[in-house]
Design a protein around this ligand. Structure first.
Ligand SMILES: Nc1ncnc2c1ncn2[C@@H]1O[C@H](COP(=O)(O)OP(=O)(O)OP(=O)(O)O)[C@@H](O)[C@H]1O
Length: 282
């Protein structure tokens, strides 16, 4: 495997002087080509800041980012980003087909190839035949699929996803998680996905990077030793999944958690897990 992404000593401080706020501590990690790595961390710890620095949207105040060995100094051509808010990332005045083709306008591909690429990408996310519709004629889950198709159409070296399934209902979220794992495996795409959802990070990831509270630093880098073929019911019920989820939860909540708080938290986590499995069964 070759290294696709190298994050080296990246830190970010907003502002200067007394009012400066350190959002991200100096952190380093790599993502190998074809890997799906998840970043999980508490709210406000600096996940989006880190993703923006990796995407070249924000110059970090410390460290460097390299994509396939090239230093990132602006948004790389072969990088795609999927954000949480699909309703603001699709153009309502363009058809679904034109939305997906949009980023390809800057490629050297001719018109017919661009149209074929868009059709292929839509078919990969289960939306064959909706090219002529407008985004507002589709459900929220379908719109997020269009955003994923648009990101995949350019065959990015790296796909960054910032809480991509946080704005859809539970059942759609499971469908989109499965869709992402299937398409990522089929196309060998390298993915770095940020979430605050512990279960999602374990279910989706080949690996989970756990971040601390703000300013973010890496608390743990855990390999996910679950079978590649995952299932919303049996995987989430498996002992490996439950054990990994517990490990990530303990890392996120830190050693200061008291035994009583731990017990209460476990009870809540168990309730959440069983409702998750119930949702998946529906
Ligand atoms: N443009 C900005 N100027 C000043 N501070 C900012 C700016 N953007 C973010 N911050 C601060 O930096 C910290 C990290 O923010 P960031 O959005 O990266 O966290 P996050 O982990 O993605 O949060 P969430 O999980 O709630 O989306 C927060 O304290 C936030 O208030």
């Amino acid at each position: 495997m070759s290294t696709m992404l190298e994050v080296s000593g990246v830190g970010h401080r907003y502002g200067t002087g007394d009012t400066a706020h350190v959002a991200v501590d100096e952190l380093s990690f790599t993502v190998e080509a074809g890997q799906l790595a998840c970043i999980v961390g508490p709210s406000g710890c600096g996940k989006s800041t880190l993703l923006r620095a990796i995407a070249g949207l924000l110059p970090p105040t410390a460290g460097t980012v390299s994509l396939h060995g090239d230093r990132v100094t602006g948004v790389p051509d072969d990088l795609a980003v999927v954000f949480q808010d699909y309703s603001r990332s699709l153009f309502p005045w363009l058809t679904v087909g034109k939305n997906v083709e949009f980023p390809l306008r800057w490629s050297k591909l001719d018109k017919a190839t661009r149209r074929d690429r868009a059709r292929e990408a839509l078919s990969a996310v289960g939306l064959a035949g909706v090219e002529g519709k407008f985004p507002w004629q589709l459900s929220g889950g379908m719109q997020q699929r269009v955003s994923i198709a648009r990101a995949l159409a350019s065959r990015p070296a790296l796909l960054l996803m910032d809480e991509p399934f946080a704005s859809v209902d539970a059942q759609t979220r499971f469908d989109l998680e499965d869709l992402l794992r299937r398409v990522q495996t089929e196309q060998g795409t390298t993915v770095l996905l940020v979430t605050h959802d512990i279960d999602e990070s374990v279910y989706l990831g080949d690996r989970v990077l756990v971040l601390s509270k703000s300013p973010a630093h890496i608390v743990a880098d855990l390999p996910v030793d679950l079978p590649a073929q995952r299932d919303q019911i049996t995987t989430r019920e498996s002992p490996q999944f439950v054990s990994l989820r517990g490990e990530v939860a303990r890392l996120l909540h830190g050693p200061a958690v008291t035994a009583a708080a731990d017990a209460a938290e476990w009870e809540a986590a168990e309730k959440a897990a069983s409702s998750t499995v119930e949702n998946a069964k529906r």
